[in-house]
Ligand binder design. Structure first.
Ligand code: 8IG
Length: 279
């Protein structure tokens, strides 16, 4: 059965993640990955500074992963030995977005695989629009909380999971040790793939959101369900619609990633290093 058929069939999502983790272990030779990173728009270079790449596996060769839908989203799963320690990071450059239409199981599969690989911590990164005019392109924001506007959940059945402190205050404090100037904000996940209207951005602001995007919240819920501690880091790539003067473009998003890639890569590497040494 092909991977996509496996996803479509009624395989338990945790069983599929266990299958994926088995393949990751085989292909990387690494029995346990202590930390996982999901790299969003603008963050794809960030893994390079973490340490030595032990193995690079094309994501679609791992059960349950699909090829990426958007240019700029790198579809590899990498095992990296973190500089200065024995721990390994699993770097997932293969996010499936909800707007791709493959359902919440496909969205949650990467973090479930990370958990099955042993990761107790996941760093979820993304590119996003800013509702706050003071946070322009290039600003990194720590997620303090989210508002899930997808009307969906990655959990099924009577799975009642507490989301208090979902974006771990302990991990935010560690990130602040690296850069005390990082602001914290609330991220609203819209379904996309269209960007918001200016009225929707005003609505998100009234509801309490500082950032708008198309990922992360559903993954964070799945990660918490899987028992992981979550750190969320957003790179503002554009002012949200109506906040700035200009229209939004995917080119602008890619440009913000290029312009800030090196700086945010160093930041992320330092944060992950501190997370590992804090355990
Ligand atoms: I990058 O302005 C990026 N992703 N929903 N709105 C939403 N998603 C985004 C945006 C944005 N920028």
């Amino acid at each position: 059965m092909s991977d996509s058929a496996a996803l479509a069939a009624d395989i338990d999502p945790l069983d599929l993640a266990a299958d994926a983790a088995r393949v990751v272990r085989e292909r990387t030779g690494v029995p346990t990955h202590e930390v996982a990173l999901v790299l969003g728009s603008g963050w794809s270079g960030a893994a390079d500074l973490l340490g030595e790449v032990v193995a690079t596996v094309p994501a679609h060769e791992v059960p349950g992963f699909r090829p990426p839908a958007v240019a700029g989203h790198v579809a590899t799963i990498r095992s990296i030995r973190l500089a200065g320690c024995q721990a390994h990071a699993l770097v997932l450059g293969a996010r499936t977005h909800y707007y791709e239409g493959h359902g919440v199981r496909a969205v949650a599969h990467a973090v479930r695989t990370a958990a099955a690989c042993g990761a107790r911590t996941v760093v979820l990164t993304n590119g996003c629009g800013s509702v706050n005019p003071a946070w322009g392109p290039g600003q990194v924001v720590l997620l303090r909380d989210h508002i899930n506007l997808t009307a969906a959940s990655p959990l099924e059945g009577a799975t009642f999971v507490d989301l208090t402190d979902l974006y771990s205050s302990r991990l935010r404090a560690i990130a602040h040790e690296v850069d005390p100037t990082l602001p914290e904000g609330v991220y609203a996940q819209f379904t996309g793939p269209h960007y918001e209207t200016p009225a929707e951005v005003r609505m998100a602001g009234i509801l309490g959101a500082d950032l708008v995007g198309m990922s992360t919240a559903l993954e964070a819920i799945a990660a918490r369900h899987a028992g992981m501690e979550v750190l969320g880091m957003s790179l503002v790539t554009n002012l949200a619609a109506g906040v700035g003067q200009s229209a939004l473009s995917h080119e602008e998003v890619l440009e913000a990633g290029r312009d800030n890639g090196e700086r945010i890569s160093k930041l992320l590497a330092a944060v992950v290093g501190r997370i590992i040494s804090s355990r």
